[in-house]
Ligand binder design. Structure first.
Ligand code: SAM
Length: 289
């Protein structure tokens, strides 16, 4: 029996057959190398029972390889011009579905509940780097959070995401991600691995959701707002940032810091997750008075 061509080969043929031209504005730098993608998926430890949400399948090579390993793959692609290419590449993959939509406008909870029911899901994404922060923020704070996120990011973004509290790189996104899960770089991926190659170095990052979050603020939604507020204006003190974000007076903000056992002149960007949670809980006390 003739062997089925690999997903990478199917993609090259389909891109050519349908005359597909990549769009720089959509960050279309595709990965077409079966061996490289298989290794990345090995690193991400996808298992046969996993449901996978892929954001930005592109020509679908990673999608096809995931469909071979996982239970179900739901891919969300913004560019409908890729439909004929994905149709060809994913033809043998009965457990892969593509939805054509802008992921940033999707309701993650509704989308994943429709595809996977109550079952947990993992996210895998090689996305345009200009939406990395937006996507990570949505995934790590939405009501139905994934069990893990394996994502290709620019090397500098990986350094920021792995930043330690109080360091120069520590930022609202790093704090939010650290509250969600443990992040580690799986592999550095050279620009030459992409078609066409981007002008930056990339890293494949795995973030695994904590079974027990590192801090337990009484009101999670408020805590996530405190994290954003703490870094909103970096050179301002936390008192000033709390005033603007929560519409409270300077005296009230100072009381919050005192209740959280923090110096009144502290800057938000210096705080650890535990300290940010104490600020959130102290704000709760203030508003419940
Ligand atoms: N994952 C594929 C791969 O590794 O070859 C494609 C990677 S390419 C860097 C990014 C893909 O994300 C493109 O196919 C692009 O059209 C898609 N994309 C860009 N913005 C998107 C959005 N807001 N929602 C869904 N897909 C998006």
């Amino acid at each position: 029996m003739p062997q089925m061509p690999s997903a990478g080969l199917r993609a090259r043929v389909a891109l050519d057959r349908h005359g597909f031209r990549t769009t720089h504005a959509l960050g279309q730098n595709f990965l077409l190398d079966d061996a490289l993608l298989a290794r990345l998926l090995d690193d991400a430890a996808l298992a046969a029972e996993d449901n996978v949400l892929e954001i930005g399948p592109g020509a679908g090579v990673m999608t096809a390889l995931m469909a071979e390993r996982a239970r179900r793959v739901l891919a969300v692609e913004v560019d409908e011009r890729l439909a004929p290419v994905l149709g060809d590449v994913l033809a043998p993959c009965e457990n892969a579905t593509v939805v054509y939509a802008d992921f940033l406008k999707c309701d993650v909870g509704a989308l994943t509940a429709r595809a996977f029911g109550d079952a947990p899901y993992r996210v895998v994404a090689n996305l345009p780097y200009y939406i990395t922060a937006d996507i990570l923020l949505r995934l790590t704070t939405c009501a139905r959070r994934p069990a893990s996120i394996a994502i290709m990011v620019q090397r500098e973004a990986a350094e920021r995401l792995l930043a330690e509290p109080g360091s120069k790189q520590w930022c609202a996104l790093a704090a939010t991600v650290r509250y969600y899960g443990a992040a580690r770089v799986l592999e550095a991926v050279p620009a030459a691995a992409f078609n066409p190659p981007p002008h930056v170095d990339s890293c494949f990052l795995l973030i695994e959701r904590y079974a027990n979050p590192p801090v337990r603020p009484a009101n999670e939604a408020r805590f996530l707002r405190v994290v954003q507020a703490a870094f909103a204006m970096r050179r301002k003190t936390l008192v000033n940032n709390l005033k603007s974000a929560f519409g409270i007076t300077a005296d009230q903000a100072a009381d919050v810091l005192a209740a959280a056992e923090l110096d009144g002149r502290v800057r938000g960007e210096a705080l650890t997750l535990a300290e940010l949670a104490r600020v959130s809980d102290a704000l709760d006390q203030l508003t419940s008075r």
